[in-house]
Design a protein around this ligand. Sequence first.
Ligand SMILES: Nc1nc2c(ncn2[C@@H]2O[C@H](COP(=O)(O)OP(=O)(O)O)[C@@H](O)[C@H]2O)c(=O)[nH]1
Ligand SMILES: [Mg+2]
Ligand SMILES: [Zn+2]
Length: 292
Amino acid sequence: MRQGTLVRGFGGFYAVRDAEGQEFTLRCKKKFRRLGLSPLVGDEVLFTPGEGEEHGWLEEILPRSSQCLRPPVANVSLLLIVVAPVPEPDLLLVDRMMVRARAQGMDMLLVVNKCDLDAGLAQELQAQYAGAQAPVFAVSAESGQGLGALRERMGGRLCCLTGQSGVGKSTLLNALLGLSLETGEISRKIQRGKNTTRHAELLMKDGLRVLDTAGFSLLELDGGMEPVTLKEYYPEFAAYEGKCRFEPCYHDREPGCAVTAACGEGAIHPQRLARYRALLAEVRQTWRERYD
Ligand SMILES: Nc1nc2c(ncn2[C@@H]2O[C@H](COP(=O)(O)OP(=O)(O)O)[C@@H](O)[C@H]2O)c(=O)[nH]1
Ligand SMILES: [Mg+2]
Ligand SMILES: [Zn+2]
């Protein structure tokens, strides 16, 4: 058996690429259906190649480091959260995505695109997310500024771009990979017209590995999240954990809260904390209503 990465699925077939870059067309063994297991783009799999023109067989799916259903992809290790001066950034959405990504064990970068229009946004976000373990990269997909440094940081990790519509994800994907393809939403519409489904595709070029997918922008917070766990997804709070007067402390409005104090001293950005509290209220609401 050989090992490869699942790069796309189409009408019951799977395209798998091995380490040398050779692509194989496979079908799935019946046992997967019995096990309720569906191969996902990004999966590392073991397979038997077919003879000549015949398709081969996908035999095993190796353990996943992460898994999403919308879009259906596995093993994303680095999430690129893209924002831009236009459309106006929705930072609550950014924070929501960060929580969700961190809960899935992904690392993340905050990519500020369209820096040719306004260089100030990157600086502002650098301040707001200084402790958030989401390094800020100022880039312009149009001028090429910052793309080299971003490519370097992406390395060979399996990356996925997410962000509001219009921030330049498709343009950025093309610029990063030096491609000119109809990406994401557009290609999917065409594909749907042809009666095939393609939710995601893994693109590989010059060592970069990036998922082309449209559906990552609507990340909802996990409905089952216990309110007290939300704070664990804010790396900037870690140094103050256990130092509040009350235990557990939600870092909301409790007296003697070390996080509130740190914010007063400028160690935690007030707007990031305010948004955390807004998300906390939401998670509490969902938690209260979970059995309704
Ligand atoms: N000025 C400027 N415009 C950009 C840049 N990147 C993308 N755009 C424009 O932003 C618009 C939305 O881009 P698109 O890639 O479709 O965004 P998506 O919805 O996130 O995929 C298009 O008109 C692009 O030409 C950039 O770096 N600078
Ligand atoms: Mg797009
Ligand atoms: Zn506290």
